[in-house]
Write a protein that binds this ligand. Structure first.
Ligand code: FAD
Length: 416
C-alpha cells in the first residue's frame, strides 16, 4: 500500500481498518542468494538497496530479536555531516543527501528535522579546530557556519555564558544537520525491503557459519541451517562475536552507550547542541522530552542496559552547559551495545572468507550513516567493488596505518 494523505483520510473515515501489517512474517527458506545478519538500520537499508539498486530479489535479513530493537531504535537520533577527514567527509556528505530524500524514497515519514547541529568550542585551540573542520565541510560542499561567542549567545541564549565552568568561546553550526525519528527509519527501510520481496526473519539468531574451501556456504541459526550465496554481517555491537564464529578477530571492542530522556517540557531547544568540554549532546524530541547522551562506559560489555555512574556523568555535563536542565526530571534511560573500532571509524569491506562481507565499527555515528552505509554495503556485496564515497573504510587500514582518526585521539576506543 502506498501511503498518502488520501489513504489517511479514507482510513480515518472507515475506522482505520484498512491498514495492513507493514512487513510479512515469512518462514525462512532453505537458502537465499544473499543473507544479511542483523535487522537494524544498516541491515535493512542494505537489503533495501540490494533489491532496489541491483535487482537482487532472493534476500533474507536475519534478526535475532525484533526489527528495530537494537541501536537503530536506541540512539539519540542525531544526523549530521560535519566530520573532518577525507574518507569520513565524502561518506557523511553523501549520507546527508540521501537523508534529505529519504521520506520520498521510502514513502515513509522518518521525521527528518534539519534543525541544525551546533558543536561548541570552549578555548582557542578548540575554536581553531572547528574553523578547520568547517572549512573541510565547505570544501566538500556541505554547509558550516563558524560562530563567535556572541553569535552562539544569540542562537542558544539559555546556555551558561556568564557563570560557566567552561566558558563558551564559539561554535560551528551545520544548519542542515538535525535529527530523525530513529525507529521510523528502521520501519521505513523494513517496509521498503519487504515490498521488494526481501524476507525479514525475526527471532532468528545466527549461531555459526558453514565455510568450506575458504568460501561461505550458509549460516547456522536458531531456526535451522540457511544456505547463502553471500552473507553480510551488520550486527553493530555484536560484530566481534559474530565475526569470531567465522574465525576472525577484529580491531573492534564492544561498549555500552546510554541515552536519556526527560519528562516533556515546552519547546526550548530547537537545535542539536554538543558540548566541547565533555561528551554531552542534546536535542528536544517532538514530544517535548530533552534527549541527551554522554560517553560510552569505559569498560567492555555486552550488557544492553544503563547504569548510574553514566547518569551522573551525563547529568553533570548537562548542568555545566545549561543549568536549566537541572529543573527537568529524567524519565527514562537505556543502553545500546556499540562497536568501538580502534580509530573511531567504520569498516565496510570484504573479509578473508570468500562471500562473507563486513559492515561494522560504527561507534557513536552509525545512525546518521544508515542510508549511505546500506547503499555502500549493497554496492560492495553486489559488485565486489567499493562505492567511491565509502572507499576508505578498509579492514586492512589497521595493518597499513591508514587510520581515520577524526578525533585525533589514537587507538583509544574510549576517547573517540
Ligand atoms: C545510546 C546510543 C546513542 C546513539 N546516538 C547516535 C546518534 O545520535 N547519531 C548517530 O549517528 N549514531 C548514534 N548511535 C550509534 C548508532 O545507533 C549505531 O551506530 C547504529 O544504529 C548501528 O547500526 P544498526 O542500526 O544496524 O544497529 P542495530 O540496530 O543494533 O542492528 C544490529 C542488529 O543485529 C542483531 N544481531 C546481533 N547479533 C545477531 C546474530 N547473531 N544473529 C542475528 N541478529 C543479530 C541485533 O539484534 C540488532 O538488531 C547511538 C548509539 C547508542 C547506543
Amino acid at each position: 500500500m502506498r501511503y498518502s494523505a488520501l489513504q489517511i483520510l479514507k482510513n480515518g473515515l472507515t475506522g482505520n481498518k484498512g491498514w495492513k501489517p507493514v512487513w510479512r512474517d515469512p518462514e525462512p527458506k532453505k537458502s537465499y542468494e544473499v543473507v544479511i545478519i542483523g535487522g537494524g538500520g544498516h541491515g535493512l537499508s542494505t537489503a533495501y538497496y540490494l533489491a532496489k539498486n541491483y535487482g537482487v530479489r532472493n534476500i533474507a535479513v536475519l534478526e535475532k530479536g525484533y526489527i528495530g530493537g537494537g541501536n537503530v531504535g536506541r540512539n539519540t537520533t542525531i544526523v549530521r555531516a560535519n566530520y573532518l577527514l577525507d574518507g569520513n567527509l565524502e561518506f557523511y556528505s553523501h549520507s546527508l543527501k540521501l537523508w534529505e530524500n529519504l521520506e520520498a524514497e521510502l514513502n515513509y515519514n522518518v521525521m527528518l528535522s534539519q534543525r541544525g547541529c551546533l558543536l561548541l568550542a570552549h578555548d582557542d585551540g578548540q575554536f581553531d579546530g572547528l574553523a578547520r573542520r568547517g572549512n573541510a565541510n565547505l570544501a566538500t560542499g556541505d554547509d558550516a557556519v563558524l560562530m563567535g561567542r556572541e553569535d552562539v549567545r544569540n542562537f542558544v541564549p539559555y546556555l551558561n555564558f556568564d557563570d560557566a565552568r567552561f566558558p563558551i568561546r564559539g561554535g560551528l553550526l551545520q544548519r542542515t544537520g538535525g535529527t530523525a525519528r530513529h525507529d521510523a527509519v528502521a520501519w521505513g527501510y523494513a517496509r521498503g525491503a519487504d515490498m521488494q520481496g526481501v524476507d525479514l526473519i525475526q527471532n532468528c539468531e545466527v549461531t555459526g557459519f558453514k565455510i568450506a574451501g575458504g568460501k561461505v556456504l550458509g549460516v547456522e541459526t536458531s531456526r535451522g541451517y540457511i544456505g547463502a550465496g553471500k552473507v553480510g554481517m551488520s550486527v553493530a555491537g555484536r560484530t566481534s562475536q559474530v565475526a569470531e564464529m567465522a574465525g576472525m578477530r577484529l580491531p573492534i571492542e564492544s561498549h555500552v552507550l546510554q541515552a536519556f530522556v526527560t519528562e516533556a517540557v515546552k519547546p526550548v531547544i530547537d537545535t542539536v547542541i554538543s558540548f566541547g568540554m565533555g561528551h554531552f549532546y542534546i536535542s528536544q524530541s517532538d514530544k517535548g522530552g530533552l534527549v541527551f547522551g554522554g560517553d560510552i562506559d569505559a569498560y567492555n560489555s555486552y550488557a544492553q542496559r544503563g547504569n548510574l555512574p553514566m547518569v551522573e556523568h551525563a547529568a553533570e555535563a548537562g548542568m555545566a552547559l545549561m543549568p536549566m536542565i537541572g529543573k527537568a526530571r529524567m524519565l527514562r534511560s537505556w543502553g545500546g551495545i556499540m562497536d568501538m573500532s580502534m580509530d573511531g571509524a567504520p569498516i565496510i569491506d570484504k573479509t578473508p572468507v570468500d562471500g562473507l562481507f563486513l559492515n561494522g565499527g560504527w561507534c557513536y555515528g552509525g545512525f546518521k550513516a544508515t542510508p549511505a552505509a546500506g547503499e555502500a554495503f549493497a554496492h560492495l556485496m553486489a559488485t565486489g567493488s567499493k562505492a567511491e564515497f565509502a572507499s576508505k573504510f578498509n579492514l586492512n587500514r589497521f595493518e597499513t596505518g591508514h587510520l581515520l582518526d577524526d578525533e585525533g585521539t589514537g587507538a583509544r576506543p574510549n576517547k573517540h
